[in-house]
Design a protein. Structure first.
Length: 661
């Protein structure tokens, strides 16, 4: 019992090239003699037929069709135009011809008899020169078909030719006519044909694999692609584009593209480049490029076709958004974290709680507070805790620009939108904040005409540059801040009510520094440490907040009793003066009240009425009410409706009491 071949052996057998050697009479015998030499390299089959019989045999072979056919001269010439697979024609070598003519001359008994050489097609010039060089009396004959061969042989017989040299068909006809015949082909010429056939199969398979890989690549492209020849016929098309056009990709090859998809008429660009077009309701960016063939020696060839790519405009928009989101300039980064908000007082703990809660949402936030209370720090902290932390934090002060400049900074502009506009245009800060956070500081100072444009951005999440009609989609989270009572501005007509309600979805009220006196000393110590880091002379003296607090211990009372109308910003300026004084002090002692009185006399000045402990009864009442409202908000997790119901007040009253307190 023979052993079962392993999978490798089976694969090798299956992958062997299939060669059909087609010939009759003597050529088929020669094929059979040599076939065994190629058993390990090819699946070689000898077909003892020729011409139309071979065509019918191959057409009926189905999956067992050969990879290549080997045949003699006339048979090969007949098969080449009739088969869709390679045909290798056996070509006799010069040695074959010389050897066959020598054998023919030796076989002639009568020296007066002539030898004839009959070949398919024209006799090569080198054969004629060979015969002339050796003074061989040779009659040359040629044929193109079987009928030509019969006529040629009979004519040679009538002319008294004794021996005919030729391929199998000629030698068989000569024998039938009673003439001597010498077979032209040798084993070497047949082996050379078989070797050529193997090389052809290998090259064909490599090309097929290459085309298959290219086709796989084409099919896996996210865009639609079609390659056309110089006449506009489809050479290759991927399934994505065929589906988009509503055609069958398998039936498209060789067909004019515009006949298959007449809806492309007028859409395809006439020159290389991009254009926009709509196909079956879908918008595409259509790109045209040349297909060139490689010239001799790998040199650049000539254009002999065109390739079109169809990219959905939605994909282009997504790519544009991704690119914009990755272009994150350094100035569009948040610097502050929640830990940077110094203070352990109840109002600051409430602020931290709201920041953490609101960071989980994408809803618009309105940050309220006096100047210097840290509104931007809160906005940056919220950004850093949100899912948008890896994207830009873009801040703009709406009160720091003239109206025209603020409009161009926010919304951007197209080239030529106004005199002095940058070539190529410029993206505005709203676009720069794509996928990140846009912080609008001093929103109450925004001019009315721009408020309506901002309202559309908040509602539609798209921005139109100056000088453009095309909107650009943006994905932003908006945080606005103000020190003004926007409800008063709404009543006065200087702020749009609809914009106010769009901004005031979530809100955080920052307490002024005078309402959290316990935080003043820790905050002053932290500010002094920061100032020491900028002053080399203080680096060794103030390493942490404990050392800083020790140096400020003597002035804690005045610092805590002062009203700080400028809030943290004013405190920071006073601490900067203290840092300079400490840097110039050689004894290294703490700062005294006398020194503080000298460098910051305002801390000891009599406070204005209504700003310190000398509050009016009405002001103290408002402060108590504001604290009660904040406590109620904390108890109801920021639910304003619930707070209003519990306290029996309207939302407008709630807002005003918070602002007044």
């Amino acid at each position: 019992m023979s052993p079962t071949p392993d999978l490798t052996s089976l694969t090798q057998l299956t992958d062997r090239p299939r060669i059909w050697a087609c010939g009759i009479s003597r050529l088929s015998d020669l094929f059979l003699d040599i076939a065994a030499e190629y058993n390990d390299r090819a699946e070689l089959r000898v077909i003892t037929r020729g011409f139309e019989d071979v065509v019918r045999e191959i057409d009926g072979a189905g999956a067992q069709r050969p990879d290549v056919v080997v045949a003699g001269g006339s048979n090969g010439a007949y098969l080449k135009p009739r088969l869709s697979l390679p045909v290798v024609v056996i070509n006799p070598t010069g040695f074959d011809v010389m050897h066959a003519l020598a054998r023919a001359r030796r076989s002639v008994s009568d020296t007066r008899q002539t030898v004839a050489l009959v070949m398919h097609g024209d006799t090569p010039d080198e054969v004629r020169r060979f015969a002339a060089a050796y003074n061989m009396d040779v009659v040359f004959g040629a044929y193109a078909s079987r009928q030509d061969a019969e006529s040629c042989v009979l004519d040679l017989r009538d002319r008294g030719v004794g021996v005919v040299v030729g391929p199998g068909l000629v030698t068989d006809l000569a024998a039938q006519a009673g003439m001597n015949a010498v077979f032209l082909y040798s084993r070497d010429s047949v082996r050379a044909a078989f070797d050529t056939a193997l090389e052809v199969v290998q090259a064909t398979r490599r090309e097929s694999q290459r085309r298959q890989r290219l086709d796989n690549l084409l099919q896996h492209l996210r865009d639609g692609v079609v390659a056309l020849d110089a006449q506009g016929r489809v050479e290759a098309i991927n399934e994505r584009l065929a589906t988009a056009l509503g055609i069958d990709a398998r039936q498209a090859a060789g067909q004019p593209l515009l006949s298959l998809a007449p809806n492309l008429l007028g859409l395809l660009p006439d020159t290389d480049g991009d254009t926009l077009g709509t196909v079956r309701g879908v918008n595409y960016v259509i790109h045209r490029g040349p297909l060139t063939s490689t010239g001799a020696g790998g040199a650049a060839g000539t254009e002999d076709g065109t390739v079109f790519t169809f990219q959905e405009s939605r994909a282009v928009e997504r790519l544009d958004r991704t690119l914009r989101s990755r272009q994150r300039p350094q100035q569009f980064s948040a610097r502050y974290r929640l830990d940077d908000l110094v203070g352990e007082s109840a109002p600051m703990e409430r602020v931290r709680t709201l920041v953490r809660r609101y960071a989980k949402s994408d809803a618009t936030v309105l940050v309220l507070g006096e100047s210097g209370t840290g509104k931007e720090m809160v906005a940056q902290s919220m950004h850093e805790l949100s899912a948008r932390r890896d994207f830009p934090f873009v801040a703009i002060n709406c009160g720091a620009f003239p109206e025209a400049l603020l409009e161009s900074e926010l919304f951007g502009y197209e080239e030529g939108a106004f005199t002095g506009a940058r070539k190529g245009g410029k993206a505005g800060l709203i676009e720069a904040a794509h996928r990140g956070t846009l912080f609008l500081d001093e929103i109450g100072e925004m001019p009315l005409p721009l408020q309506s444009r901002l309202l559309r951005v908040l509602q539609e999440r798209e921005v139109v540059r100056l000088g453009s009609t095309e909107p650009t989609r943006v994905d932003i989270r908006v945080v606005a801040a103000t020190h003004r009572a926007l409800t008063d501005a709404v009543e006065a007509g200087s702020f749009r009510a609809d914009l106010y309600y769009r901004l005031n979805i979530l809100s955080i009220a920052l307490p002024p520094l005078r309402e959290r006196a316990d935080d003043i000393l820790p905050l002053a110590a932290e500010l002094l440490v920061q100032a020491a880091r900028r002053e080399p002379r203080l680096l060794l003296r103030i390493a942490d907040t404990d050392e800083a607090a020790h140096l400020l211990a003597d002035i804690a009372g005045p610092l805590q009793s002062y009203t700080w109308p400028g809030n943290v910003r004013e405190l920071q300026s006073v601490i900067e003066r203290i840092a300079v004084e400490l840097a110039d002090t050689e004894d290294g002692g703490a700062i005294t009240q006398d020194v503080l009185r000298m460098i910051a006399p305002e801390v000891f000045a009599q406070p204005a009425r209504g700003k310190t402990g000398a509050l009016t009864l009405r002001e103290r009442s408002r402060g108590v009410e504001a604290e009660e409202i904040r406590a109620a908000l904390a108890a109801h997790d920021g639910d304003r409706d619930a707070v209003c119901a519990a306290l029996g007040i309207s939302k407008t009253t709630l807002w005003r009491r918070l602002q007044a307190g």
